[in-house]
Each structure stands twice: as C-alpha cells, then as structure tokens.
Write a protein that binds this ligand. Sequence first.
Ligand SMILES: C[S@@+](CC[C@H](N)C(=O)[O-])C[C@H]1O[C@@H](n2cnc3c(N)ncnc32)[C@H](O)[C@@H]1O
Length: 393
Amino acid sequence: MNALRQKIEQEIRERGPIPFSRYMELCLYDAEFGYYSRNAEQFGKGGDFYTSSDVHAVFGRLLARQFDEIWCALGSPVKIELVELGPGRGLFAQDVLDWSEKKFPAFFRALQYVPVERSAALRARLRTTLSHHLKSGRAKLGSFDPPAAGPSQEADSVSLAALDADLPTIFFANEFFDALPVEIFSPEGSLRIAARDGRFVETWVPSSAQELEFLDRYAVHPEPGERLEAALTAQHYMRRIASTIQCGFFVAIDYGYTREEQLAGRHRGTLKTFRHHSLGTNPYEAPGEQDITADVNFTTLAATAEAHGMKTQRLVTQSQFLLGIGEANQFADAFEECRLPQERAKVALQLKHLVTPAGMGESFHVLITSKGIEKEKVSALSGLSFGRDETSR
Ligand SMILES: C[S@@+](CC[C@H](N)C(=O)[O-])C[C@H]1O[C@@H](n2cnc3c(N)ncnc32)[C@H](O)[C@@H]1O
C-alpha cells in the first residue's frame, strides 16, 4: 500500500477528518513521501510537467534583463537582494545569474541571489545547479524560517527575516503560488477528508467566519453543483513577503484569475493533477506520486500586497510581458548561441511556446507590485510597456 496514504490515514485516525489544505500539504510536502520532497524529478520531459524555464533559457534571460532595469530604476544600488520563491531545480536561477554575469555585469556585481526552496531533495539539486554561484557567494540558499538549531547541511542558508531590511529587494515567483495548498468549498461548506475501508472519503463542515469573509472579499460563493478553492495559504505567504519588502518589487508569474473573471463564470473550480504530462482531476489517486495544483487568485495577492503598503500594476499576460522586454532587440537573448538556420528555427518555436496563446502566453499572467519607488519609474518598465496607455490601478 502507498506509504503516504497510510501516513495520512493514521493522521485522520488520530485527529479526525482533516481540511483539504492539510491533505494537499501532506501529498506535496510531507518530508518523507511528499510529491516535491521524494525526489527532484518532477520537471521537464522525464517528469510530470514543463515550466517556462524548462522550455528555454530565454525566459530567465528576459527576466534578467527586466531585473537589471529594475535595479537601474532603484538608482543602481551597491547591493540588491533577489529572492526567488520555489525555484525547483534551479534552471531559472542559473539562467538569470549566468546571463546577468555576461550581459549586465554592473547589476551582477550588486546582486545577492537567494533561492528559497522547501523541498530538501530540490535544495540538494540547487546546490549542484548553482554550485559556481554559491561558491562565489553571489547566491545563497534561503528559507522562510530560520533553520533548526544544531549541525545541519542547511547551516549555510539564510532566513528571510535575517535579510538586511535596508537593502532594496526583488521577490520573484514563477509557479510558486499554484503549488500552495488550498481549501475547497461547496454550498455544503468546507471540505474535510475522512478515511473509510482504505479509501479517502469527502465530508463537509460549515465554513468558518474567516473562510466566508475570504470568499466575500476575494472570490465568489459556490453555487449548487460547484466546488471552488480559496487560497488562504497563498494569502499568508503574500503577507510575509509584502511585510518583508521595505523598498522593492514583487513579481509573480502564474496561471490564474481575478475575482472579476470568477464573477463572469470562469475559473470556478480549478483543482487539477499532473502525472507524466497527463492532466487529471482526482487528487486522491496515488498520493505523493502526482502533482496537485490550483489556479492562482491574483485578486487575493494584489489586495494583500496593497494592505501591506505595496502598489499594484495592471495584470499583464506573460505574452505582453515577454514581448515588452524582448522586442527592443528582437529577442537577441534567445538566439545568441544559434549558428545554423535550423538552430534558429528550433529556438523560434520554443520562444513561440512561451508567448503565444496556444502555448503559455495567455494563460499565464504577471503580477507586479512595488513599495517605495516612484510610480512613473515602475510603469516605465519594459515588461509593462504593452497597452501602457490603459489606466493602471
Ligand atoms: C511548480 S514548482 C515551480 C518550480 C520553478 N519555479 C519553476 O518554474 O520551474 C513549485 C515549487 O515551489 C516549491 N515550494 C512550495 N512551497 C514552498 C515554500 N513554502 N517555500 C519554498 N518553496 C516552496 C516547491 O517545492 C516547488 O519546487
């Protein structure tokens, strides 16, 4: 029998039915058997899904260009921290660091890159992927909370609370928020998971006042026959991030929606699973062996950031964002190593996948919020240049 299933059933026997978010937390992040903890093989062709950095290094290179621009907008400070949340196996970090070193040396010299990864297996992978930059001190592994006391392999990691609050900071997250546990609601209330005869069974309890308030403010209430998620964990992380930033930016890229879209009938129930590149809808199948994910509620992230003193820009699509950064030099960042026409053709297809609606261009959105920087400097960023004449919030 699946070892994680046994562990979850044991917890249910001891505590009673558990919230869906706890079930999802154990499936993804149980230290021993969780999907992200077990190994570092989730990404790319041999794994379960592709993210933008798996498609081509141009994603990280364009972001390096945008980070350099942000650094200039901040007045080219002597030091800047770039915290990447949920870096996975570190391809994005590697692309940003390598490209910055090559193309934006002044920014690179100021850069302190802090990848914050929860999975120990993926942290081990990061130590290899980023070994050159870790050794030189340009990168330093980070964590939300201080590492446990005593000798450990993690002794070299820095907790976010220990970052220098006076330094300008950029927080970046690609597909971090879609991997955070969610609660699930129906008109019957809030979902709880029980276990009976070796199977997980769904039960419902009345939603708490906090949950109902969340649905009122940031989402919608489920109608008969519907199930909706609430990103309470994402809200918790957004609070921590926004209160850590004293002067700087938060850039999140993910698939997701706004409350307005939910009111218009879209994104009403988005929980899904991925295994070997196949999409599924049953989170109770093979716990710990498949990814479980939900679309990101951008309204929650923006409102929470604003409640902590950040200013939000108009949400743009990944397509608008990348085209805005890359158009000035016709995406030279993508084609730099191409010598032969067929190499150019291959890279052009990969780039197309990142920007076109049939690929990741329209389903992924970019949320940018900032604190302590003049409005004009923020809205002048090239990533926000598409549709600049429209009113920004
Ligand atoms: C869908 S993957 C995205 C990986 C990478 N950003 C990319 O685009 O390829 C989500 C990542 O977030 C990490 N993660 C989830 N919760 C985390 C937390 N609280 N702190 C740090 N990392 C976390 C997971 O372990 C996983 O590596």
